[in-house]
Ligand binder design. Structure first.
Ligand code: DOR
Ligand code: ZN
Length: 343
């Protein structure tokens, strides 16, 4: 039986929600990852250090007792965020970054920023205090095609941010296009990107061919095959600018199987197993550890983990649902087989 032992990985982009949903999903992330960056797009959003500490305490309560897991908190940038908020965040050991959602771009982004110029003083402070900026990189103009929104964001906003704040550390989250891979690769070491399992495994046909498949609907939306291939090449390249971020984003099943279904794929139940399939399919299992366990920690200037996890080549079937009746979440690959098992 094939076996793969790697340093315990971290998830550099994860949604765990709060309340009952948090209790359902958090154990899956805590089971395989040592740390995860927790996204702040709750309702209402997590905008201050004080709110992040309350949220952090709720997460810590939900960690199963035998597991060693550290949540890394982020704050949600709004038009009211001040340079003082940035300074406060920089002085708190539990807060690692700010998240920039263009208003209206995705789930719970209404409180986000509609014009990046609005937050230039805040970006200046982030550069000064060395707090990373995590970006949902999509424009929201009604006349911009949904498949073009990432590329247009790079051309019209990200290039300007990178030009105007050369020392600001930036993560372009969940990249989905060749243009994003090229942009991140071409720019200095302050610019990195996370890549999700769904964008490595699937193109837009998975979402749209043979009927609409709501559990493959996430934002940024799945793209053409040529873009998926560019992402795979980036992930297996060994370039430390590209690292693991699942964007695991649970929604209740009935809110995804809906006339106006929510965006997000729940992948925490099998995150490293899904990535392992991608790396194996591309003859690059030797590159998985760097992507999953080293490069993100290095970018955030945190120590690499010391423990290991062990993956065995043994197939299992993903359940149709996780969670109690009232709280059911349909996972990525529900009812289908996965090749790798975490011991
Ligand atoms: O598909 C997504 N779901 N993309 C995001 O950017 C947000 C996330 C969520 O919170 O559900
Ligand atoms: Zn996300």
């Amino acid at each position: 039986m094939e076996k793969l032992i790697i340093t315990r990985p971290d998830d550099w982009h994860c949604h765990v929600r709060n309340g009952a949903m948090l209790k359902t999903v958090l154990p899956y992330t805590a089971r395989q990852f040592a740390r995860a960056i927790i996204m702040p797009n709750l309702k209402p959003p997590v905008t201050t250090v004080a709110e992040a500490l309350v949220y952090r305490a709720e997460i810590v309560q939900a960690i199963p007792e035998h597991l060693d897991f550290t949540p890394l908190m982020t704050l949600y940038l709004t038009p009211s965020t001040t340079p003082q908020d940035v300074k406060d965040a920089s002085e708190n050991p539990y807060i690692v970054a700010f998240k920039y959602y263009p208003a209206g771009a995705t789930t719970n982004s209404d409180a986000g920023v509609s014009a990046v110029q609005q937050i230039y003083p805040v970006l200046e402070a982030m550069q000064q205090f060395d707090v990373p900026l995590l970006i949902h990189g999509e424009v929201t103009d009604a006349d911009c095609d949904i498949f073009d929104r990432e590329q247009v964001f790079i051309d019209t906003q990200l290039s300007a941010i990178v030009r105007d704040f050369p020392a600001l550390r930036i993560v372009l989250e969940h990249v989905t296009t060749q243009a994003a891979v090229q942009f991140v690769t071409a720019n200095n070491a302050n610019i990195a990107a996370t890549i999700t399992p769904q964008h490595l495994l699937y193109n837009r046909n998975a979402l749209l061919v043979g009927g609409i498949k709501p559990h493959y609907y996430c934002l940024p939306i799945l793209k053409r095959e040529q873009h998926r291939l560019a992402l795979v090449n980036a992930a297996i390249s060994g370039n430390p600018k590209f690292f693991l971020g699942t964007d695991s984003a649970p929604h209740l099943t009935h809110l995804k199987e809906n006339h106006c279904g929510c965006a997000g794929c729940f992948s925490a139940h099998a995150a490293i197993e899904l990535y392992a399939e991608v790396f194996e399919d591309n003859h690059a299992l030797d590159k998985l550890e760097g992507f999953a366990s080293f490069y993100g920690a290095d970018f955030y200037r945190l120590p690499r983990n010391t423990g290991t996890i062990s993956l065995t080549k043994r197939a299992w079937t993903v359940p149709e649902y996780y969670g109690e009746k009232q709280n059911q979440v349909t996972p990525l690959r529900a009812g289908e087989s996965l090749r790798w098992t975490v011991e």
